[in-house]
Design a protein around this ligand. Structure first.
Ligand code: THU
Length: 132
């Protein structure tokens, strides 16, 4: 499958606009591509009890699963600056690995439009992830 990384990053960037991040002010947008070519987005949702914060990746994943999507073929993540864009946190890597294979591409870029898009894979981000 040919993946349009720009489309995925654009969707993630747009999603980041909705982030609820009054504490960190760090907006994150995530976009998951489904096997049907649809995009499911999510953003980070913080909480006054900081540890209860939901990351954008997991928000997108939960949304997709609850809408009946079962498999995802790529992730786009948009956060931070062009020079220091974010990759998924460790907890999100493990949760994503439940529904995406190690070869799944992960595209990430800064919030500013036109930021360079980097590519890695879930397997590179989470080698030897936990499995039952
Ligand atoms: N955050 C995400 O949404 N995804 C990640 O992979 C890392 C961190 C959010 C959580 C919090 O709202 C903000 O970024 C700062 O940590």
């Amino acid at each position: 499958m040919d993946i349009d990384s720009q489309r995925l990053i654009d969707a993630a960037r747009e999603a980041a606009q909705g982030a609820y991040a009054p504490y960190s002010k760090f907006r994150v947008g995530a976009a998951l591509l489904t096997t049907d070519g649809e995009i499911v987005t999510g953003f980070n949702i913080e909480n006054a009890s900081y540890g209860l914060t939901l990351c954008a990746e997991r928000a997108a994943l939960v949304r997709g699963l609850c809408e009946g999507r079962k498999r995802f073929v790529a992730l786009g993540l948009c956060a931070g600056s062009a020079e220091a864009s974010a990759t998924p946190c460790g907890a999100c890597r493990q949760v994503l690995a439940e529904f995406m294979g190690p070869e799944t591409p992960v595209f990430y870029a800064g919030l500013e439009a036109g930021s360079r898009i980097f590519r890695t894979t879930l397997g590179e981000l989470l080698p030897k992830g936990f499995r039952l």
